[in-house]
Design a protein around this ligand. Structure first.
Ligand code: SIN
Length: 535
């Protein structure tokens, strides 16, 4: 079935919702999301949103911290733009109903501290900041008649004039995004969504790795679709591993927020010995790349399965009220964090690279935008500073809206060309779903073992060889079988894994999150983005 809309927004996290709310001032918005509306990384975000909100802080300090964390690859103009827009965007969220923790004083907000920040600047709602934001924005979206939010709609591929599986062949549409094909999970049908503007807000790709803090939806869909359509993607070697994911057999992806370290928690080994001082002068509040590598080194040296994070020296009342979600979840698993240390391990958390955009959030194809974790705007460089991601999402959602508003008279009058429906060709129903689940599992294990926190030239070339037959198999499945959600996601995971490996192989130095044992230092000659485009 064919549908037409002014704005097609793909993804219901903070970026998609923020953009949709503003774009609805211009025209009808269709927001599709692949599962339930709250199945987003935003909803799980604990820490908060970084912005200069206190008179004791400054734009210069936030810019400096972001640049330092980004290890030479941040685009300074973008960092300034985001940092300087931060306070206004946080106030806007508050006006939309987001209840950040408040405190007496000039800032009015209770600001937290996290690794790499030289000041307290994280606005938060206890340790459930993302949920608070998600709920407030969803309530606003529900009240906006010009937004149609459709759950269970999984985008398959972008409609591009020159590359869609079908016409139009008019050169005027050659590099223009015309919308997307999307699978309606309830009916199994693949619908055509034609749009004047398409916005990718599909989150990250943590599920490319065996262990991740991300929700199940994080399968790199936006990056994969954009790359297949011919858009530029960048810096995919910079995968951020969060240092402290709960280590527990029953719960695999529960994050212990960096804010716990911000409130004084110490990292200790199994014998109770602190170790961060051996690796970094900033100790527990070093940037994430440094802390994750230190934990990795400790675990490799000791052979232990995890390290521990200890906040038990803080008053129990404070711990319970500041981290109610972490306290309750751990207690439910038999760990009383007010009395004992929490077992933790690093896990894949955030993709610093993504679809390359300009300072308006525009991708390299016309009428295509990418926002939030899906994008590579130049803010994060080689290592994202904690809590800069929600900030980036709201600043760029606003920028993208401003751009669309400025161009709206022209965009709204452009003709939408005819497009043809999805053609499944000779594809048949898959009888053995294990073919897909096995492939998915193989990729995630390979990526975890070979393209993790510490990499080597040998492992990167081994993984490239091991991935090759798996990628051919996925391509074969894609041609042979009618699309299912698992097949679509596995195809995306496979492509994003391949792109991460290719990007990592191109960078023969260590910088930020990309640590190569063979080249342990940064090389000034390689201080540039790794940009990939489909040949
Ligand atoms: C955390 O709470 O540690 C996560 C915040 C972030 O990823 O920025």
């Amino acid at each position: 079935m064919q549908h037409t809309t002014d704005f097609l927004v793909i993804g219901s996290g903070i970026a998609g919702l923020s953009f949709a709310l503003k774009a609805a001032r211009l025209g009808p918005v269709t927001l599709i999301t692949k599962k339930a509306r709250i199945d987003t990384a935003t909803n799980l975000a604990q820490g908060g949103i970084a912005a200069v909100l206190s008179p004791e802080d400054s734009f210069a300090a936030h810019v400096e911290d972001t640049l330092r964390s980004g290890a030479g690859l941040c685009h300074e103009d973008v960092v300034r733009l985001v940092v300087e827009n931060g306070p206004a965007r946080v106030r806007e969220l508050m006006a939309l109903g987001v209840a950040f923790n408040r405190q007496e004083g000039a800032a009015g907000l209770d600001l937290a501290r996290e690794g790499g920040h030289s000041a307290r600047r994280i606005a938060h709602a206890c340790d459930l900041t993302g949920r608070q934001i998600e709920e407030a924005l969803l309530a606003r979206v529900a009240a906006e008649p010009r937004i149609t939010l459709l759950e269970n709609h999984l985008a398959v591929d972008l409609l591009i004039g020159s590359r869609a599986d079908a016409p139009p062949r008019d050169p005027a549409f050659a590099d223009r995004c015309l919308g997307a094909y999307a699978l309606d999970r309830r009916t199994g049908a693949i619908d055509t969504w034609q749009a004047r503007v398409t916005v990718l807000c599909t989150g990250g790709a943590g599920k490319v790795y065996l262990y991740t803090t991300n929700p199940d939806i994080a399968t790199g869909d936006g990056v994969a679709m954009a790359y297949r359509a011919g858009a530029r993607v960048a810096n995919l070697e910079f995968v951020q591993f969060h240092p402290t994911c709960l280590y527990h057999p029953k719960v695999r992806n529960f994050l212990i927020s960096e804010a716990v370290r911000g409130e004084g928690a110490r990292l200790i080994d199994q014998r109770g010995r602190p170790f961060m001082h051996k690796y970094d002068d900033r100790g527990e509040l070093a940037t994430r790349d440094a802390v994750a590598r230190a934990i990795d080194a400790e675990m490799k040296a000791s052979g232990d399965d995890c390290v521990y994070l200890d906040i038990s020296h803080q008053p129990a009342g404070f711990v319970k009220s500041r981290f109610p979600n972490i306290y309750k979840t751990c207690l439910g698993l038999g760990i009383d964090i007010t009395r004992e240390p929490i077992p933790v391990v690093p896990a894949a958390h955030y993709l610093c690279g993504g679809v390359l955009t300009d300072t308006w959030g525009r991708a390299s194809l016309e009428d295509l935008y990418a926002l939030g974790e899906t994008a590579c705007t130049g803010l994060h460089g080689a290592n994202r500073l904690a809590s800069n991601s929600l900030l980036e999402a709201v600043v760029f959602a606003d920028r993208a809206y401003e751009r669309c508003a400025a161009e709206w008279p022209a965009i709204s009058e452009r003709e939408l060309p005819p497009v043809t429906d999805w053609d499944p060709g000779p594809a048949a129903r898959i009888e053995e779903c294990v073919l897909i689940t096995h492939t998915w599992d193989q990729i995630r294990r390979l990526m975890w073992n070979y393209v993790g926190i510490v990499r080597s030239v040998k492992r990167l070339s081994l993984v490239q060889r091991s991935l090759a037959p798996i990628l051919s198999e996925v391509a074969e499945h894609y041609r042979s079988y009618l699309l299912t959600p698992d097949l679509i996601e596995t195809r995306n995971i496979a492509l994003v894994a391949e792109l991460i490996v290719e990007s990592a192989r191109r960078r023969r130095e260590s910088r930020g999150l990309h640590y190569l044992v063979d080249f342990p230092a940064a090389d000034e000659g390689q201080r540039q983005d790794t940009v990939l485009v489909k040949p």
